[in-house]
Design a protein around this ligand. Sequence first.
Ligand code: PMP
Length: 307
Amino acid sequence: MSAPEFIVLNGSIIPYEEATTHVMSPAVKYGLSVFEGLRAYWSDEREDLFVFRLQDHTDRLLQSMKLLRFAHDFDGAEINRVTIELLRRNRVKAAAHIRTTAYLDGKGEQQVKGPVSYSISAIEKPRAARTDKGIRCQVSSWMRMADNVMPPRIKCGGNYVNGRLARYQAIQDGYDEAIILNTLGKVAEGPGTCIFLVRRGELITPDLASGILESITRDTALRLARARGIAVAERMVDRTELYAADEVFMVGSAAELVPVVDIDGITIGSGSPGPVTKLLQEAYFAAVTGAIDVPADWLTPVYKSER
Ligand code: PMP
């Protein structure tokens, strides 16, 4: 990856190399950061770049900061504005990934609520090959931390220790990705994705109290499915339901919509991406570029208002 020219630090667009923080900041010492990963998509047809569900990501960032009692002096409107400005300054005109991080800054103070700094980076990121061919997953022996331990609802840096333990165990054992169960032994999510299964024509996903992030892509997939007449259920999911499923797929802003073709060596359905997975992939990729009708606030144009 070649570094982009510019990055945002606290509302200013500065050279990428100059965005530094002190090693004694609470962010470095204790992992006290919250973040968002979102994507922007280029539409040839509309000749513009669109940030997908920007306001929803900004709202979730604000929620994560609120729950961690971060005392910040910037608002969502500033984050949105400067995200667009950065994409323009870096002249991004292809599929891109945006990372917005708000973190406890400073030089070593203990037990503080601020100062809170934020950064925004944007790099070009094309679709991964795994989106077409699917992945093989391992149900992890690591457990998803419970809401009263390290709430998965808060998208904080520290939470990703849990996902990392699970992912690297899975890779070590020859799989592509981990599926993590919650403390009740029910299916939660992947290290960076939510999970869906299709069984007897119904689309099923763990409910929001299953120990998962309130994923924006999960919400998009549910809405696209409902609009296409597919029956959906948000409920507790057993591990064995995954093995018995006709189709399984994982979703996330970065991962997009990835078919799961094997879990713990058990072939899922036919062993290749199934019809509901493909239908929703197609709908998702049409939605993110505005090739189909979507709610107006899902797509924020980057260059149109510049002209
Ligand atoms: N779960 C976890 C743990 C994640 O890190 C992510 C990626 N942000 C997701 C689910 C998917 O969330 P979203 O669709 O909002 O990107």
